[in-house]
Design a protein around this ligand. Structure first.
Ligand code: MN
Length: 243
């Protein structure tokens, strides 16, 4: 999963269909956009965009976010790992039996009039996303929910499940999962950048950083500039989905 892209990255947290905020954040990071088509027209010199997954669900324009990110990945401007919401959308579009919960209904509604061709493109796009990426000669790892040091460089269904969902220790009184806080136990050399668990502000814990600052819940959309380790955010325009 290593690649030879230049080792300067702008890593974006969970977008969840928040297209306007994604565009605002990309502009703040120095990217140029073709506004009419809502695709990236120019990338800052030697930089690559990286998404931590969960491009879709809950927010106002998941198809628009997919279009932008799919175009950027196709043209070598971006990389992305798969998030649990992306994976579930793919399985639903493939006709598998999945529960229409946690905002998948909003995406399906937005895709109601989508062509079979676009649906097919979404399936193939999500299907080829890795569940983690190792970049900058092993110094940087990108995943959705988390990873453990011993997993880096390995592939297995168990590791895939950990990268997509983390590990649940049970559920709380509201039925939400109590998540194993892997970052507290992480002692690897590689910086791990991830999302999945909503936090108020991003910060470094044991050489890890969570970029999910809950844009779709009225928080912020956050990016990490790497190797600068600079955090760049834009506020949500509104609360799109109550939690
Ligand atoms: Mn998420």
């Amino acid at each position: 999963m290593s690649n030879t892209a230049p080792a300067q990255f702008d890593i974006i947290g969970d977008v969840h269909g928040c297209l306007d905020e994604l565009i605002a954040l990309l502009k703040k990071l120095g990217y140029s956009l073709d506004e009419e088509k809502a695709v990236i027209s120019k990338v800052p010199h030697n930089r690559t965009l990286v998404f931590v997954g969960d491009l879709v669900d809950r927010g106002p324009d998941s198809p628009g976010v997919l279009r932008l990110v799919m175009d950027a990945v196709l043209h070598g401007k971006a990389l992305s790992v798969c998030g649990n919401h992306d994976d579930k959308l793919k399985r639903k579009l493939q006709g598998k039996d999945v529960q229409i919960t946690h905002g998948l209904d909003t995406t399906l509604e937005q895709l109601r009039d989508a062509s079979p061709q676009f649906r097919g493109q979404i399936i193939s796009f999500i299907d080829q996303l890795p569940y983690y990426l190792v970049l900058d000669q092993g110094r940087l790892v990108i995943c959705h929910a988390g990873i453990q040091k011993k997993y880096i460089g390995q592939q297995s269904p168990k590791i895939k499940a950990f990268c997509l969902y983390g590990r649940s220790l049970g559920t709380d009184e509201k039925g939400y999962p109590i998540r194993y806080d892997w970052a507290q136990d992480y002692d690897g050399q590689a910086l791990v950048v991830y999302g999945h668990t909503v936090i108020k502000d991003s910060g470094f814990i044991n050489n890890t950083i969570n970029l999910d600052t809950g844009c779709v819940f009225g928080g912020q959309l956050t990016a990490l500039r790497y190797p600068e380790r600079e955090i760049v955010s834009v506020p949500a325009n509104q609360l799109y989905y109550p939690n």
